[in-house]
Design a protein around this ligand. Structure first.
Ligand SMILES: NC(=O)c1ccc[n+]([C@@H]2O[C@H](COP(=O)([O-])OP(=O)(O)OC[C@H]3O[C@@H](n4cnc5c(N)ncnc54)[C@H](OP(=O)(O)O)[C@@H]3O)[C@@H](O)[C@H]2O)c1
Length: 335
C-alpha cells in the first residue's frame, strides 16, 4: 500500500501496542528477563498503569490473532515501534503470508536510540524484527531534545531530534523507508525542525480524540501537507464520550459511538490508530464505509473537546530530567 493511499480518508490503523518479547526468540539474556517479567505480571505485580506501561499481557497474548483478524477485515495499516518490545516480531509473524505490498507498516525510532545517537542501528533492528527490507513509514517516536546537563558528545545548539531527522532523511533516500515522519511533535517543534530539515516530515502521529481535538496542530498539518495519524483515537472509550449527544449521533446512523469517532477522524483527513485485544471490535471498526457524518455532527463532536490528555504533552515535559529513559523517571514532570 502506498503512502498516498492513506490520504483518501477511508483508512484506519491497528496499533500493535507494547508486548513482551517472545520467550524463546529473544536470546539467552532476554529469556530470563522476559520470563521474570511474565511471572511478575501473572502474579499481578507487574506494571499496570501509566504511559508506556499499560497491561501488556493482554496485548501480548492477543496481538497475532488480532493482526490476522485485522487483515481479514481489510484493516491493513499497522502501527509499531522499537519501543513496543516484541510487537514488531509478532506483527511479522502474523502477516508472514500477506503479500508485502498489501500491508502498510509504520515503525518508530525509540527515544533512547535517539539520545545515544543509534538511530541507524535502531532502524536496522526494526527491519530485522519485522523480517522486511523496507518499512512504509518511519517515525521519530518523540521530539527528544538535549538535556541541559553537560554532555560534550554533541553540539548542544542543535536538538537531538534534528540530528536524528538527518538520519531518517538518509534512510528515506536509500529507499528503506518509503516515507518518513515524526510523532508527538507540536507546531513549535515542527517549526524548529524546519530550520534543519532538507525533507519535511510527511506525517505526524499524535494524541487526538474528541476530548482532545488539537485544532491548531491539525490545521498546521493540513496546511503543510503532513498526514495526521491520531493515536489513542478512541481515548480508550472514556466514559465522558458516552454522553447524550454522542449517543444521538450513533443512533441516527445505527452505529456504535466508537465507530462514529473513527469516522469523524477519517472525515477530518486523519488516519485513526485504535488499539484492542478483541477481534470482534476489529470487525466492528472495519464497518465504516456505509455512512457519512453531517457537518453539524462533525461540529458537535469537535465541541466535546476539553483538552484532556491521556499521554504526556511533549511541550510540557521537562527534558532536563532524563525523561526519555522511562515514564517512572519523568511522570512527575508531565501534567
Ligand atoms: N506515538 C505514540 O507516542 C503513541 C502513544 C500511544 C499510542 N500509540 C499507538 O496508538 C495505538 C492505540 O492507542 P490506544 O490503545 O491508546 O488507543 P484507543 O483505541 O483509544 O484505546 C484502546 C483501549 O480502549 C479499549 N477499547 C477499544 N474499543 C473499545 C470499546 N468499543 N469499548 C470499550 N473499550 C474499548 C481497548 O480495550 P480492549 O482491548 O478491551 O478492546 C484498549 O484498552 C497504540 O497501540 C499505538 O500503536 C502511539
Amino acid at each position: 500500500m502506498r503512502f498516498e493511499e492513506l490520504k483518501d480518508g477511508n483508512k484506519v490503523a491497528f496499533g500493535t501496542n507494547i508486548t513482551l518479547p517472545f520467550l524463546f526468540d529473544s536470546g539467552v539474556n532476554n529469556f530470563a528477563k522476559t520470563f521474570l517479567q511474565r511471572l511478575k505480571m501473572y502474579a499481578g505485580k507487574g506494571p499496570r498503569e501509566g504511559w508506556g506501561k499499560n497491561v501488556t499481557l493482554k496485548a501480548t497474548d492477543s496481538l497475532i490473532s488480532c493482526v490476522q483478524q485485522s487483515c481479514k477485515s481489510g484493516i491493513r495499516v499497522f502501527d509499531c515501534s522499537r519501543a513496543y518490545d516484541g510487537s514488531e516480531q509478532r506483527l511479522a509473524k502474523a502477516i508472514k503470508n500477506e503479500p508485502r505490498e498489501n500491508v502498510f507498516i509504520i515503525t518508530k525510532i525509540d527515544d533512547d536510540s535517539q539520545f545515544r545517537g543509534r538511530v541507524e542501528a535502531c532502524f536496522e533492528e526494526s527491519l530485522r524484527q519485522l523480517h522486511m527490507d523496507y518499512v512504509d513509514l518511519l517515525l521519530l517516536h518523540w521530539p527528544v531534545d538535549y538535556p541541559r546537563i553537560g554532555d560534550d558528545r554533541f553540539d548542544h545548539s542543535v536538538p537531538v531530534y534534528a540530528r536524528s531527522w538527518h538520519i531518517l532523511e538518509e534512510i528515506y533516500k536509500s529507499g528503506r523507508a518509503k516515507a518518513i515522519g515524526v510523532a508527538n511533535f507540536s507546531v513549535a517543534q515542527l517549526e524548529r525542525l524546519r530550520q534543519y530539515a532538507d525533507v519535511m516530515p510527511m506525517a505526524d502521529e499524535f494524541e487526538c480524540h474528541p476530548l482532545c481535538v488539537r485544532k491548531e496542530l491539525n490545521e498546521y498539518c493540513v496546511k503543510h501537507d503532513i498526514q495526521v495519524f491520531a493515536y489513542a483515537c478512541l481515548c480508550s472509550m472514556d466514559a465522558r464520550l458516552r454522553n447524550e449527544n454522542m449517543q444521538r449521533i450513533a443512533k441516527a446512523h445505527d452505529k456504535t459511538i466508537a465507530q462514529i469517532i473513527l469516522k469523524w477522524h477519517m472525515q477530518e483527513g486523519r488516519v485513526p490508530i485504535f488499539g484492542t485485544s478483541k477481534k470482534e471490535r476489529i470487525c466492528e471498526y472495519a464497518q465504516l464505509n456505509d455512512f457519512i457524518l453531517t457537518d453539524s455532527e462533525l461540529a458537535m463532536i469537535d465541541r466535546q473537546n476539553i483538552n484532556y490528555r491521556r499521554f504526556p504533552d511533549s511541550e510540557r515535559c521537562d527534558f532536563t530530567k532524563g525523561i526519555w529513559l522511562g515514564w517512572e523517571k519523568y511522570k512527575d514532570y508531565c501534567p
